[in-house]
Design a protein around this ligand. Structure first.
Ligand SMILES: NC(=O)c1ccc[n+]([C@@H]2O[C@H](COP(=O)([O-])OP(=O)(O)OC[C@H]3O[C@@H](n4cnc5c(N)ncnc54)[C@H](OP(=O)(O)O)[C@@H]3O)[C@@H](O)[C@H]2O)c1
Length: 276
């Protein structure tokens, strides 16, 4: 089993960066991020360029592979465009193996730290397709090509059906986190009960009203912080492992520094129900 770092407390997300992907990945590593989230889904990510950015950081001795936590994803055909990382005619199990092999090539490594099922096949149920893919992902893990496994874009019903099927539960759930749903409260409760780490994305972009709420603004002022920093500090204080996709060097530093903010307990409770 490859050795890898502990799980970092903030992930840098590489979606939607196109030709800036390599430079921004390198910049994120220079800023201090040690976890990189990507996907073998060319439609939204440029995984090969993530690998280029990491390689530049290796050459500049900013990080070594042992310092890094690399996370990628398997994406079903329906979430892809024509630039597929697998043979669409092959079985799902083969597609999983081909997708991860291609990710390892993109990222110049023999293993990733986390491999996520980008989203289940159906929006409602944990289907036989997901069961096959999950089994193939487990085989990749057992062969040492990923350390940990996760699922993304899941509902409570997906997770409950997955558990009821007797499947091994994931180490991670990665979901878009809406303040209007109590910051994905139901799913976070399930995760807590099953020792699953909840990764939250779109914490700022899905919650524009919350970011600009007077309570957040006042708290930011009193702590000499920015409103996005309050959201990230809040997320961490309720056990969410946050992702950021910032393209701004100053914001990279601010996002990482949010971990050092201590919010008063009454504020944490109030923010949790801010938009419900
Ligand atoms: N599993 C999935 O289906 C899925 C889906 C979506 C995303 N993700 C992952 O999650 C990552 C993050 O996505 P996201 O939706 O959370 O973020 P995002 O869409 O990349 O956007 C982050 C936004 O927040 C702003 N921002 C960040 N830090 C800030 C700060 N300190 N002050 C002010 N503005 C700040 C950024 O603006 P600036 O650039 O100006 O800072 C940007 O507009 C993605 O890159 C991807 O890796 C996964």
């Amino acid at each position: 089993m490859p050795t890898s770092p502990a799980i970092p407390t903030f992930f840098y997300g590489t979606a939607w960066k196109q030709d800036r992907t390599a430079a921004l990945t390198e910049q994120a590593l220079r800023a201090g991020f040690r976890a990189i989230d990507t996907a073998n889904q060319r439609r939204h990510y440029f995984e090969a360029a993530v690998g280029e950015g990491i390689a530049v950081a290796y050459n500049a001795c900013i990080v070594s592979r042992a310092d890094l936590f690399l996370q990628t994803k398997f994406t079903y055909r329906r979430g892809q465009d024509h630039r597929l990382p697998y043979d669409p005619e092959a079985s799902l199990s083969t597609q999983v193996a081909q997708s991860l092999a291609s990710s390892l090539e993109h990222l110049h490594t023999d293993h990733v730290d986390s491999f996520i099922l980008h989203g289940p096949a159906s929006n409602y149920d944990w289907t036989e397709f997901d069961a096959e893919v999950w089994e193939a992902m487990r085989r990749e893990r057992d062969a040492g090509r990923t350390r940990l496994l996760g699922v993304g874009n899941v509902s409570l019903s997906h997770l409950e059906q997955m558990a009821a099927s007797g499947a091994e539960l994931p180490t991670f759930v990665q979901n878009r986190c809406f303040a209007s749903l109590g910051w994905d409260r139901e799913i976070r409760d399930f995760c807590r009960a099953h020792q699953i780490i909840y990764q939250g994305f779109s914490l700022l972009t899905a919650n524009v009203d919350a970011v600009h709420h007077p309570r957040i603004a006042n708290l930011a002022k009193s702590l000499n912080a920015t409103q996005p920093q309050i959201i990230f500090a809040f997320a961490q204080s309720i056990g969410i492992l946050p992702l950021t996709g910032t393209s701004n060097a100053e914001h990279m530093k601010q996002d990482l520094a949010s971990a050092n903010l201590t919010l008063p307990p009454e504020s944490i409770n109030a923010i949790e129900t801010l938009a419900m």
